[in-house]
Design a binder for this molecule. Structure first.
Ligand code: MLT
Length: 206
């Protein structure tokens, strides 16, 4: 299998820990979230991936028609592309495909949520920073036991509070073990939100 997405893989010192899959926001790249991995689990292997879509030169994981309006066929195709890439990366780098924790911000969190919506085996768990409901046209698989941390802003101009709550409810109704964390902030990722994600990781994953 060929690796069809630009990425960086850093082998960790503890191969028993799940691999942290880093998924950037619009305009980001595979290196953006490396500091988060360092805070969550400095000993874990890290796979940072760059979205294959370009919006006026800004990398994304799938196309959108307008802010908050997603190109659903592209989102679905790109979700499968990322899932298949993860199969190939696990083979190439020799890690356990069943042990991947996604760490996504904004557009990256949306495709991580879409992975969970499509395939219960895609991720062992997920940290979703400022995610939206990726799509409403499918029935979620049984996500029993999958731990999900959601960090959201009460004043996020892109994501209404009700939409964050809707995503949390959809995942929880599918059986996921969802922890919601709220910041009195907008769309940006704050230090306190990252600290809350690290506390969740310490309690649920390591
Ligand atoms: C998106 O996927 O479009 C986001 O949630 C917003 C963004 O990435 O700017």
């Amino acid at each position: 299998m060929t690796l069809t997405m630009k990425h960086i893989f850093k082998k960790g010192t503890n191969p028993d820990l799940p691999v942290l899959l880093l998924l950037h926001g619009t305009g980001g790249n595979e290196n953006d979230l490396l500091p988060l991995a360092e805070m969550l689990a400095p000993e874990a292997s890290v796979l940072g991936v760059r979205g294959n879509v370009s919006e006026n030169g800004m990398p994304r994981f799938f196309r959108r028609l307008a802010e908050g309006v997603f190109d659903e066929p592209d989102l679905i195709a790109r979700t499968h592309e990322l899932n298949t890439f993860l199969d190939a990366a696990a083979e190439e780098y020799g890690f356990d495909r069943r042990k991947i924790i996604a760490v996504g911000y904004s557009n990256g969190a949306n495709i991580a949520a879409s992975l969970l919506f499509h395939d219960v085996q895609s991720l062992q768990g997920a940290i979703l920073h400022h995610a939206m409901v990726p799509l409403r046209s499918i029935e979620l698989p049984d996500l029993a036991g999958i731990p999900v941390f959601m960090g959201s802003g009460t004043n996020d101009p892109i994501i209404p509070r009700a939409e964050s709550e809707e995503l949390g409810t959809l995942l929880a109704n599918a059986g996921a073990d969802v922890q919601m964390h709220w910041e009195n902030s907008g769309h940006q990722l704050t230090a306190t939100e990252v600290q809350a994600a690290a506390a969740w990781y310490a309690a649920k994953i390591s």
